[in-house]
Ligand binder design. Structure first.
Ligand SMILES: Cc1cc2nc3c(=O)[nH]c(=O)nc-3n(C[C@H](O)[C@H](O)[C@H](O)COP(=O)(O)O)c2cc1C
Ligand SMILES: C=C(O[C@@H]1CC(C(=O)O)=C[C@@H](OP(=O)(O)O)[C@H]1O)C(=O)O
Length: 389
């Protein structure tokens, strides 16, 4: 069975909801770990007031009994605390001149979904676009991805994320193990591993915010323990690197993805790009380097999967850009909605979870079974095939 999910819910509505189908039965869920992941997404320097209002937790309302999956669809809910402040705006048909009417969005923000969504869906209150295009939806995507992460952990697969750059400030390279990286980024307000970079990034974000501006950056995700052969070369939509790239690009405000050295591969000769093939009894087939980020032919090659994504600056600016009022067609500055100045650290957590989902999905396609025990047997058989190859 292939894994799939759908989400629903508005940023200022009562809740976000997701239904996951295709999870095996008998998988133990760690509820504390789920809540830990959604709470991680809320942290990060540069976020707006909304993150102080929300205390995200996940409720499981289907598909789990006594802490174990049953094989039925798993339904998840993350409530919006902010709903109580928005009920009238969300529910009451606005009367002209009322407070609710004043919150109608009619001056689209460049860089956000407002204008395209309004034109496409023929909506004159752009709030109807904003509500669903908001990255609030990534709260439920992280909840879904956190289940995928737990599934992968069962098979010894670990995922870490880190911030590589915020605007002009770049984090220096390091040689930390994945466990050290997980621990150290957790202690950082901007998800980097050294205190000096953290301080510089915080000061930089403060300056951007004081200027009424916003800033983006680059984030990286590393996955270790992935077996050789997830994904396939045989059909375009089975290439796992392509699916991961699409998943990363689907995160709000992401404008580019790299696997391994990515765009740099276009600047170097082949001898400095391809990863030489080595063999010994202990490790079997392995590579002398990992410049291609764990992929050849759309399949994993057993090296860590390394993915980078670039996030553009947040579209809502407190010093707004030029826009057009859709009521009058007159030039006007864009509407100012409460907003983050920088959400790059939060986006790095989201990225870990969308990547986890894609890898779990490919894992299920390869080893699929209805119970976790059946998948265990399938994995074991395949690993012994690799050993004897
Ligand atoms: C974690 C996170 C938080 C975000 N916060 C805001 C925000 O406060 N204000 C805003 O205008 N955009 C924010 N964005 C970006 C918008 O959601 C995004 O630009 C918008 O949905 C348009 O989609 P696109 O940029 O992918 O084209 C955030 C994105 C992420 C990933
Ligand atoms: C709610 C979240 O992020 C929101 C994403 C977002 C946007 O336009 O994408 C706009 C802001 O919404 P609000 O105006 O309600 O503060 C962010 O706070 C979240 O990450 O949970």
């Amino acid at each position: 069975m292939s894994l799939r999910y759908l989400s629903a819910g508005e940023t200022h509505g009562p809740q976000l909801t997701a239904i996951i189908e295709g999870l095996p039965s008998n998988m133990k869920l760690d509820f504390e770990a789920l809540n830990f992941e959604v709470a991680r997404r809320q942290k990060g320097y540069g976020r707006g007031r909304r993150m102080q209002i929300e205390k995200d937790t996940v409720s499981i309302v289907g598909g789990v009994r006594h802490g174990y999956t049953t094989g039925a669809p798993v339904a998840l809910v993350v409530e919006n605390n902010d709903w109580k402040h928005w009920q009238n705006i969300m529910n009451i048909e606005p009367i002209e001149g009322s407070d609710e009417e004043k919150r109608r969005v009619h001056r689209p923000r460049p860089g956000h979904a407002d204008l395209n969504g309004g034109l496409k869906y023929n909506l004159k209150d752009l709030r109807n676009v904003l509500e669903r295009s908001s990255a609030r939806e990534t709260a439920i995507r992280v909840a879904v991805g956190a289940i995928a992460k737990q599934f992968l952990e069962h098979f010894g697969i670990k995922i870490a994320g880190q911030v590589i750059r915020i605007g002009e400030i770049e984090a220096p390279p390091h040689n930390l193990s994945i466990d050290e990286l997980i621990t150290m980024t957790e202690q950082s307000s901007v998800r980097v591993v050294d205190a000096e970079t953290e301080k510089k990034m915080e000061a930089y974000i403060d300056q951007i915010k004081a200027d009424g501006d916003s800033i983006g950056g680059i984030v990286e995700c590393i996955v270790e323990g992935v077996p050789i052969g997830l994904g396939s070369h045989v059909q375009y939509d089975r290439k796992l690197d392509g699916r991961i790239a699409a998943a990363v690009m689907s995160i709000n405000a992401f404008k580019g993805v790299e696997i391994g050295i990515g765009f740099e591969a276009g600047t170097l000769p082949g001898s400095k790009v391809h990863d030489e093939i080595l063999y010994n009894e202990e490790q079997g087939y392995h590579r002398g380097s990992n410049r291609l980020g764990g992929f050849e032919g759309g399949m994993t090659n057993g090296m860590p999967v390394v993915v980078r994504g670039v996030m553009k600056p947040i579209p809502t600016l407190y010093k707004p850009l030029q826009s057009i009022d859709i009521d009058t067609k007159e030039p006007f500055t864009a509407q100012v909605e409460r907003s983050d100045a920088c959400a790059v650290p939060a986006a790095s957590v989201v990225m870990e979870h969308v990547v986890a989902w894609e890898i779990a999905k490919a894992f299920m396609e390869k080893f699929g079974g209805d119970s976790i025990q059946e998948i265990d047997r399938n994995v074991k058989g395949y690993l012994s095939q690799l050993e004897n190859y």
